[in-house]
Design a binder for this molecule. Sequence first.
Ligand SMILES: *[C@@H]1O[C@H](CO)[C@@H](O)[C@H](O)[C@H]1NC(C)=O
Ligand SMILES: *[C@@H]1O[C@H](CO)[C@@H](O)[C@H](O)[C@H]1NC(C)=O
Ligand SMILES: *[C@@H]1O[C@H](CO)[C@@H](O)[C@H](O)[C@H]1NC(C)=O
Ligand SMILES: *[C@@H]1O[C@H](CO)[C@@H](O)[C@H](O)[C@H]1NC(C)=O
Length: 544
Amino acid sequence: MKLTVFLLLALAALGATSEPQRGSVWPKPQSTVRFHNNGFVIVSINTFRFNVTLNKCDILSAALTRYYKYLSLEREAGYSERVNFRAGSNEVPLGEQPLSSNSSYRGRIDSLEVELMARCEDTPYFGMDEHYELRVDSPDVPLGAKLVAHSIWGILRGLETFVQLAAPSADGTALHMSSCMISDYPRFPHRGLLVDTARHFMPIETLHKIIDGMEASKLNTFHWHIVDDQSFPYQSKLYPELSDKGAYNPLSHVYTQNDVKALIEYCRLRGIRVIPEFDTPGHTLSWGNSHPELLTKCYNSKSPLGPMDPTKKSTYRFIQNFFSEIAEVFPDRYFHVGGDEVSKECWKSNPDINNWMRENNISGLYNKLESFYINKAVHLIYSLNMSTIVWQEVFDNGDTQLDKNTVVHIWKLGSFMEELRKTTSAGYMTLLSSCWYLDHLKSGGDWTEMYQCDPHNFDGTEEQKRLILGGEACMWSEFVDFTNVVPRVFPRASAVAERLWSDRSVKDIPDATQRLDEFRCRLLRRGVHAQPSRGPGYCPGEIF
Ligand SMILES: *[C@@H]1O[C@H](CO)[C@@H](O)[C@H](O)[C@H]1NC(C)=O
Ligand SMILES: *[C@@H]1O[C@H](CO)[C@@H](O)[C@H](O)[C@H]1NC(C)=O
Ligand SMILES: *[C@@H]1O[C@H](CO)[C@@H](O)[C@H](O)[C@H]1NC(C)=O
Ligand SMILES: *[C@@H]1O[C@H](CO)[C@@H](O)[C@H](O)[C@H]1NC(C)=O
């Protein structure tokens, strides 16, 4: 009882009411103008149609089918809310004054005109145009609705916003939508979610749910941390033995080439890039199950094998072949080669490695050995016409040779703002994840801390700030699998999504609390089982 009182007080302190904020948009658009004295229209789902007036393509038709369904789900939620009321008590359902007597009521819209001003692009990519303009019963489109964008990616983001504007009327019979004009675009081009499928295998169905949640959050980059020490679920064309011996189960716990293709397609249709990460030279024990020759033999007691052996030519021949396959399989031009947490103990213990280092004038300089490997890997990736992302250690090693086109990914918690200052002052494009580790748990609404972490909050010039490409929420999977990963990711990753999409000035926690609550309820309606984003409450229309 006391706890309840405390929570209620805590909620009151946040300025929250007991209701999600219906018809609000997450992440918050750059600009929203309301019209007609807070006027609103109704959308009748039975007669509603998308009206495509210019360019069409497969991405657009798939999106219209999807968003029509999402719109219907909002309508159904309003309906079940009314039915639940009837079932739960003898009270008459919440009535509503007849629309005609509501002075803000403007009329009905039957379609959304979708105007894609340019030919559809085929594949999402870094820096794609995501701008859109959405008008609902604005003065220039009275009692109509129109979505305009110069790219299919903008159209996708705009459709998401359109559906989020819809809120069931109090009596559940119709969908209401504010008369408004929204002009919108993202603050950062790279808005990602890392999912680790190596510590625990994630079935494709689970990944689909995660991607559905990303779409709703306007996240545009799926960073697939696909293999690690513990397992190798990627089924290679060239080296199938990697997963045969390295997966938890070589039949059921693998991603076949078809799985990978289908997942990339699922993402493409939603304007989401897929960046593969094959973390090397550390985090590679699972590679050693079938290719022990790639790894360093350790002469200390800890484990027989360590990181990849950077002194052998055969190591580079192998990764050259393997990375060429990856460049073919993954259409995105970015490749994450990892480079984090390389343990030096094993290298130190190996006499062959030490001899090689002596011959190459880097005796005792194990960071230089690591840099030697990474530079080779980075150049290999450039030769495949791809760009590289590396974890921050590669930069921290102080390697002056590191190619300036390499993107540095910051993950360590310590003084990450200082790290952002350093990488950008050295001229490197940078991604932030330190404050967005979803595996770090706190009781209660821990999304607020993630929400408040702004990647521009470091001391640096405008030019340095421009080098911040965005960031990624990270779902490391030591303690999550298909049973709990979706609620752990959402809606917490959506808080990060708003930080990366919306204007820097959007940081009102009470307002965000209400909108995120509503957003979370929408995710539930789409079958994405996001956990509650704040204390006691319920989602209108929730059915079990
Ligand atoms: C679609 O929009 C165009 C352009 O505004 C309009 O002329 C046409 O009547 C609309 N079609 C439908 C079926 O609403
Ligand atoms: C008119 O409708 C709006 C939107 O549904 C609602 O918020 C408002 O309370 C209504 N006003 C009256 C007087 O019923
Ligand atoms: C190693 O260092 C010595 C002394 O600085 C230099 O003469 C030699 O050329 C270097 N060897 C290599 C392989 O870099
Ligand atoms: C390299 O990639 C760019 C896009 O990033 C593309 O325009 C170009 O055609 C590619 N070149 C080759 C040789 O594949």
